[in-house]
Write a protein that binds this ligand. Structure first.
Ligand code: AMP
Ligand code: MG
Length: 268
């Protein structure tokens, strides 16, 4: 199966309600999806080693989605086969006072990947045109300016050698109700639930509108968005794993040649 079917083509219209939140990506059996994802994750692990060894490329993965859409779970599953040293995940929460005293990209830029590195953004500067817009902290006009900033920031990253993969985990409002309820019904999961999550759910329609504008305005040829159906956790993991494996394999990396000929060398 080809994950490019989930690509948001630059310049195209976007009505999230019309895009699927449920799919099986050609694998109707859950066990099959789990096994395929595990194999892909191992492949990603090998490709990560090549990425590090060749010291030529940088990979930045941006994950966005409503609460409970599975950003953490996706990272856990898709990168299970990657050595902990091989990947760096960065979680962006509400900015601190130090961060708010700067422009909103300041805290982002310092976390972009260095050469040979994979970085995962769990939330991103997109919160600065999503949650802040829904909460009325920035105007629609400021958001239009910010789409422009973000497009140009991403263009700069890509033009200076970063590969950018942007993923929106698309869940339905019904699926979110079930996942939030499951958190409420299980005291061990209460720590995951913030009062603001329930407030955000009440503003679901506003969030969808903010997402539609943000994704449409920032899906560019060099850094397009993928809208991934995420009501099924196993399908979501399978699609994201396929997407990232394909992306890394597309870099056509080969292990670097040793600087000295080691063949036949015997260690004393
Ligand atoms: P969590 O992902 O559960 O750790 O929650 C992080 C929280 O931080 C979410 O409620 C986000 O909406 C919030 N957040 C992240 N970035 C920003 C931002 N730039 N401005 C305001 N809130 C943010
Ligand atoms: Mg949360």
């Amino acid at each position: 199966m080809d994950p490019s079917r989930y690509l948001l083509k630059p310049g195209s219209r976007l009505v999230l309600e019309k895009l699927p939140t449920r799919d099986h990506f050609g694998m109707p059996q859950k066990a099959e999806r789990v096994a395929a994802t595990e194999a892909l994750s191992q492949e990603i692990g090998h490709l990560q080693q090549l990425l590090y060894a060749t010291q030529h490329h940088r990979l930045l993965v941006v994950l966005q989605g409503m609460d409970t859409s599975g950003k953490d779970g996706t990272i856990r599953s898709v990168f299970a086969g990657v050595a902990p040293l091989g990947v760096r995940a960065v979680n962006f929460r509400a900015p601190s006072e130090e961060e708010r005293a700067r422009d909103y990209l300041w805290r982002i830029h310092q976390h972009v990947p260095r050469t040979g590195e994979i970085v995962l953004f769990n939330r991103s500067p997109y919160e600065d045109v999503l949650v802040v817009r829904v909460q009325g902290l920035v105007s629609a006009k400021e958001c239009v300016q910010r789409y422009h900033h973000i497009r140009e920031f991403e263009r700069m990253l890509v033009e200076t050698g970063t590969t950018l993969v942007k993923i929106f985990l698309h869940i339905s409002k019904d699926e979110q109700r079930e996942r939030l309820q499951a958190r409420i019904d299980n005291p061990a999961k209460h720590w995951k639930l913030m009062p603001s999550d329930l407030e955000a759910r009440r503003q679901w329609a506003d969030y969808m509108e903010a997402y539609e504008d943000a994704l449409r305005e920032t899906s560019t040829p060099q850094a397009p968005w993928h809208v991934i159906p995420a009501d099924s956790k196993t399908t979501r993991n399978l699609i994201v794993a396929t997407l990232l494996r394909d992306c890394l394999a597309g870099l056509s990396m080969n292990a670097p040649q040793p600087t000295t000929d080691l063949s036949g060398l015997i260690i004393a």
